[in-house]
Design a protein around this ligand. Structure first.
Ligand code: RIB
Length: 300
């Protein structure tokens, strides 16, 4: 069965739910808190795995006490971790504040995510027909570029979530099969403000002009816009009681990639990914909030 290779970061998330964000120099007491597995790569791998496709994570963690909790859910759900290397640094750590509206502020201490070497894709694991590669950008840029080239070399579809957008974003990365920034990331990639859906439609088409087969611009509570050679499409947001948006974009990316590689059409895969992200925001944390396929099926 084809495998989705996910290249990206692994973090342990330390999450505090706050009644209000602290001002500079102020100490506030959290309403609640949790330690839970996170990191954009790990999150995307888990979201895709919960859709029932075989997933292998290519990542780097530290030889420390954070490693086990950071990888726990991936192990439980059967993500192949044989390409997760234990490096010299500490496992990535993310400090996350969540506001009463469910919006998050994240500070990442990358640790081992930064010692990840591009040579791991030279030649890298062999890719078979039907395999696909999903990449996010919380790892060094030269790793992203090497993983992208590895996918292209094997004629594997490459799905790129450009989060976070680095200062130098190589033009070759626009040639992803699916390029899926959120609004802020699309603004950075294209160097313009995107205040409304109309501007986001323009942006999605621009991503296709720059080389993407499909350009998706995620607009949070305004839904999303995607463009391909067949046209540009707007999808309204699902209604949801938002508790915590942490990892919702990763959930979207993983579920979209899983849908496309298992043969769903683009519109169907986008709708499923939006449904999954709409469930994820109603639950706290990143990975613990991601739904399984049967939950989506029963909801529909
Ligand atoms: O996208 C959400 C993720 O960003 C969190 O899990 C945190 O680890 C940071 O990587």
């Amino acid at each position: 069965m084809p495998v989705l290779y996910v290249v990206g970061s692994v973090n342990l998330d330390l999450i505090a739910h706050l009644a209000r964000m602290p001002a500079a120099g102020e100490t506030v007491v959290a309403k609640s808190g949790a330690l839970s597995p996170g990191g954009k790569g790990a999150n995307q791998a888990l979201a895709a795995r919960r859709m029932g496709v075989p997933v292998a994570l290519v990542a780097e963690v530290g030889d420390d006490s954070f490693q086990e909790p950071a990888l726990r859910l991936l192990k439980t759900d059967g993500v192949d971790l044989s390409a997760v290397r234990t490096g010299a640094g500490s496992t990535g750590l993310a400090l996350i504040w969540v506001s009463p509206e469910g919006e998050n502020t994240i500070v990442v201490m990358p640790g081992a995510n930064q010692t990840f070497l591009p040579t791991r894709f030279d030649p890298g694991p062999a890719l078979a027909a039907g395999d696909a590669v999903l990449i996010s950008m919380e790892v060094p840029e030269n790793v992203v570029e090497a993983a992208f080239a590895w996918a292209v070399r094997h004629h594997a579809p490459v799905y790129l979530d450009p989060a976070p957008v680095p200062d130098r974003f190589s033009a070759s990365l626009f040639r992803a099969d699916v390029l899926m920034p959120n609004r802020g990331e699309a603004e950075r990639l294209l160097g313009v403000e995107l205040p409304d859906v109309r501007a986001a439609k323009w942006a999605a088409e621009k991503l296709v002009e720059r080389g993407a087969r499909v350009g998706v611009v995620k607009l949070g509570s305004e839904g999303l816009v995607y463009a391909s050679r067949s046209g540009v499409f707007v999808r309204p947001a699902r209604k949801a009681e938002v508790v915590d948006t942490t990892g919702a974009g990763d959930c979207f990316a993983g579920v979209l990639a899983a849908g496309l590689m298992s043969g769903l059409g683009l519109a169907e895969a986008v709708d499923r990914a939006m449904d999954a992200a709409a469930i994820a925001v109603t639950r706290p944390g990143a990975q613990p909030s991601f739904p399984y396929l049967h939950e989506l099926d029963s909801k529909l």
